[in-house]
Design a protein around this ligand. Structure first.
Ligand code: SF4
Length: 446
């Protein structure tokens, strides 16, 4: 079994462009595939592992992967403490965690590219033709156009005009057409999506919109973004927690953690308001796994932002431990209030320093949150194959990869997580032993 497993790992690594070498000294990656059937085999594995430590100290870039029964039997938590120089722990027969570790940078850029595309669609810079959207599993549907909020740094109100909600009939016709073409997940878009309907007398609000969409047969998942902290009402929070198709993932930007900076931005809330909102959102999902995921936007170096004010943003993020933080450095947009009335006075290198501090903090928070999925099963909607692996999303919008020869596109399947990192996870599908066929699942098994 171990020889076969090692061959699987070798071919997975060859697909990534690596090749075998006979000397550990020459290797960029060392996989120690372990057996614990007898005490002597286990002792040998431990001693070999200890012998690798000096190599790792000499070359910190070396990747050490401990694999096999030692991990499968013991779980990796204790091993991680005992062998901190090991980068990846994999259960028997599973090259996935190692592949996921080696492709983390790709996951990160994939996440960034998807976020940029989402915001480009929101800003109206990217309009996908309907026939192209139909080929997708997950599609965006704008519901509110423009914005009347006029935050001092933002160009959107000048470019996209005042807030206009689309008629509910048009939106639902579009959703039905997308679903008929195979789309399984819809994301309603708006600069402040929770203001949907507020510009129309007696029009439906976002809660009503979600309820109507919820009844559409064939539509599996509904998301919405971006929310504004001032407009997330209790009614909205209650209904999203009660509607099973509405995914437990909220995108609600805080932008900064200091009240004076927030006031200068004209955001209309304080850091304490934001803290209370996060608490209220989490209360709705208390006790359930995986609960709710919350994403935020923050930018550093707003005009006049002092080191102390930045520290408050850092402290807020460290305290709230949100799943995702989309980070940016302030740059002036011609024509905005900030451009006309404020001086872009935080030096570029200082903006970078603040950005990197938040980035490092968020990476450790995301790794900690995602580690809670390890060994657990979560439903994943699969979209497409990327470099030989199926890519999908959990309900909480976490990026997941699995290996499978079957066509998983558009399917929601339970995935058992075997590896987690800050940007993605790796998992396996439940298999009927010996046949390699996914179990037939009924919805309540998900
Ligand atoms: S940041 Fe958002 S809420 Fe503020 S003006 Fe821009 S689009 Fe509107």
């Amino acid at each position: 079994m171990n020889v076969a497993d090692s061959q699987r790992v070798a071919s997975a690594l060859e697909r990534l462009g690596y090749h075998a070498t006979r000397r550990a000294d020459d290797a960029d990656i060392i996989v120690l595939n372990t057996c614990v059937v007898r005490q002597s085999a286990e002792d040998k594995a431990y001693s070999r592992l200890h012998s690798l430590r000096p190599l790792k100290e000499k070359r910190p870039g070396l990747v050490i992967n401990l694999m096999g029964c030692m991990v499968g039997v013991r779980g990796s938590e204790k091993l991680q403490k005992r062998f901190p120089f090991v980068d990846v722990f994999s259960p028997p027969s599973d090259p996935g965690p190692l592949v996921a570790f080696l492709t983390q940078d790709e996951s990160r850029s994939l996440e960034r590219a998807e976020t940029e595309e989402r915001f480009a669609v929101m800003d109206g810079d990217l309009l996908l033709p309907v026939e192209e959207r139909g080929r997708l599993i997950s599609a965006h549907v704008p519901v509110v156009l423009g914005c009347s909020h006029a935050c001092t740094f933002c160009i959107i109100p000048y470019r996209r005009g005042v807030e206009r909600s689309r008629p509910v009939g048009d939106i639902m016709a579009e959703v039905r057409s997308l679903v008929a073409q195979g789309v399984k997940e819809i994301t309603f878009l708006g600069q402040i999506v929770d203001r949907y309907g507020k510009d129309v007398a007696d029009g439906p609000n976002l809660t009503a919109l979600l309820r109507i969409a919820h009844d559409i047969e064939g539509l599996e998942r509904i998301r919405f973004l971006t929310s504004h902290p001032s407009y997330m009402t209790d009614e909205l929070l209650d209904s999203i927690a009660a509607l099973p198709k509405v995914m437990p993932h909220i995108e609600v930007p805080v932008q900064a953690g200091d009240d004076e900076v927030l006031e200068n931005m004209k955001r209309g809330y304080t850091s304490e308001d934001y803290r209370c909102l996060v608490e209220k959102i989490r209360q709705r999902y208390n006790g359930s796994f995986p609960g709710v995921s919350i994403a935020t936007d923050i930018f550093v170096g707003f005009p006049g932002e002092t080191a102390g004010q930045f520290q408050k943003t850092y402290d807020l993020l460290a305290e709230l431990k949100l799943d995702v933080a989309h980070l940016a450095r302030y740059s002036t947009r011609p024509g905005t209030v900030a451009d006309r009335r404020m001086k872009d006075d935080v030096p570029d290198e200082e903006k970078w320093r603040r950005f990197r501090e938040l980035e490092a903090l968020q990476e450790s928070i995301a790794a900690e949150i995602n580690a809670m999925y390890l060994g657990k099963t979560a439903p994943v909607l699969f979209e497409q194959k990327v470099k030989g692996r199926w890519k999908g999303r959990t309900e909480t919008n976490k990026l997941v990869f699995v290996e499978s020869d079957q066509d998983l596109s558009g399917q929601v399947l339970p995935v058992s997580m075997t590896w987690t990192g800050p940007w993605s996870m790796q998992g396996t599908l439940p298999f009927v032993q010996g046949y390699g066929i996914p179990l037939q699942l009924v919805p309540n098994q998900l």
